[in-house]
Design a protein around this ligand. Structure first.
Ligand code: HMG
Ligand code: MG
Length: 298
């Protein structure tokens, strides 16, 4: 049975814009997030409190976050370590996300740490965020394939998922960072996680669309009972530290499918498409989303 309602975790302003060659002006980012909220999205990942040299595109987190104070939506932010958490809490952020990796190669490339070293960094960060009354998401990258290591063993993913839940994460997001997953693989991973004691209701899925499988993978996850789906408006996205990553599942493509399935999202598709068309004009190239293209050429 498919769920009656799905929560979309919008990542365009973070996963999307972190990967743009041009750095988008802070006011344009704020307006983008404002328009996403206006389109009915309720969880909008805003930025990352990472090292500005590692992700210069998001170096304006301190300037951006306070511009969003009046919005009545959840605004999760990524933090890689204690310094990131301190920066986020100082601005009043309530939802944070730590980001782990299922593979050693990506942990090194993305966080300059081994998998276990990064988990040790996250442990006090998660506890402190929880003690401050916050909500914590734990990303796990490279859950399916890794550009350096190839196919990723399921148990390797499960170990990192369990470690994140043990330290107190409220939810997980399973990242197909380079977009190589296929629906059977998704179902195998979800089943194994359930067998290992990770319940479906704490699992979100985060698909990149490199091979055009993101929507099929999402459908598989929905059938398994997953109700938190990450997507990025207009299909923006990628990861600067994984060269074969392309954009995320486009939020418009997701909403089109969910509407057809009669699943409630609360999103106004017309306003969302208009937002992505507006953003595409700023970025100087059309959105790769098929739904954005179809609905904006009518
Ligand atoms: P490092 O070089 O090992 O850092 O980088 P360090 O701990 O050795 O510290 C070095 C200096 O950086 C120190 O300054 C720190 O204070 C400073 P110094 O004392 O030398 O003057 N520093 C910071 N400054 C500001 N903010 C901070 C911070 N931390 C340290 N938070 C580090 C380690 C984690 C910092 C670095 O690797 C980093 O910032 N990585 C972020 C990479 C990233 O953002 N990647 C993209 C997000 S993940 C993703 O996209 C995947 C996802 O979408 C899911 C999927 O698709 O799979 C989530
Ligand atoms: Mg991603």
């Amino acid at each position: 049975d498919l769920p009656a309602r799905v929560r979309i975790h919008e990542v365009g302003a973070r996963d999307g814009l972190q990967n743009e060659k041009m750095t988008v002006p802070t006011e344009v980012k704020a307006e983008f997030i404002r328009r996403l909220a206006g389109a009915g999205l309720t969880t909008i990942e805003a930025t990352s409190f990472v090292h500005p040299k590692w992700v210069p595109q998001l170096a304006d987190a301190e300037q951006l976050f306070p511009l969003l104070g009046d919005l009545d939506v959840e605004l999760p932010v990524l933090v890689p370590n204690q310094r990131g958490l301190d920066r986020a809490l100082a601005l009043g952020a309530r939802r944070i996300a730590v980001f782990a990796s299922a593979t050693e190669s990506f942990a090194k490339a993305n966080l300059n740490r081994t998998v276990d070293e990064s988990l040790a960094v996250f442990d006090p960060v998660v506890r402190q965020a929880k003690d401050a009354g916050g909500h914590v998401r734990g990303y796990v990258s490279m859950c399916f394939g890794d550009p350096w290591e190839g196919a990723v063993p399921l148990h390797q993913v499960a170990r990192v998922c369990k470690a994140l839940l043990d330290m107190g994460c409220d939810e997980l997001s399973l990242g197909d960072t380079i977009g190589v997953a296929t629906p059977g693989h998704v179902l195998e991973l979800l089943s194994l996680l359930n067998e290992e004691g990770v319940p479906t209701n704490v699992i979100g899925v985060h698909f990149h669309d490199t091979y055009g499988q993101a929507l099929a993978n999402t459908y598989a996850a929905l059938e398994h009972g997953v109700t938190t789906i990450d997507a990025s408006a207009g299909g923006l996205g990628g990861c600067p530290y994984a060269k074969s990553a392309t954009g995320n599942l486009a939020t418009e493509d997701l909403v089109w499918m969910l509407q057809g399935l009669g699943i409630d999202t609360g999103v106004d598709l017309g306003r969302l498409v208009a937002t992505s068309v507006w953003m595409a004009a700023h970025l100087g190239r059309p959105s790769p989303s098929r739904t954005v293209r179809a609905l904006s050429h009518k």
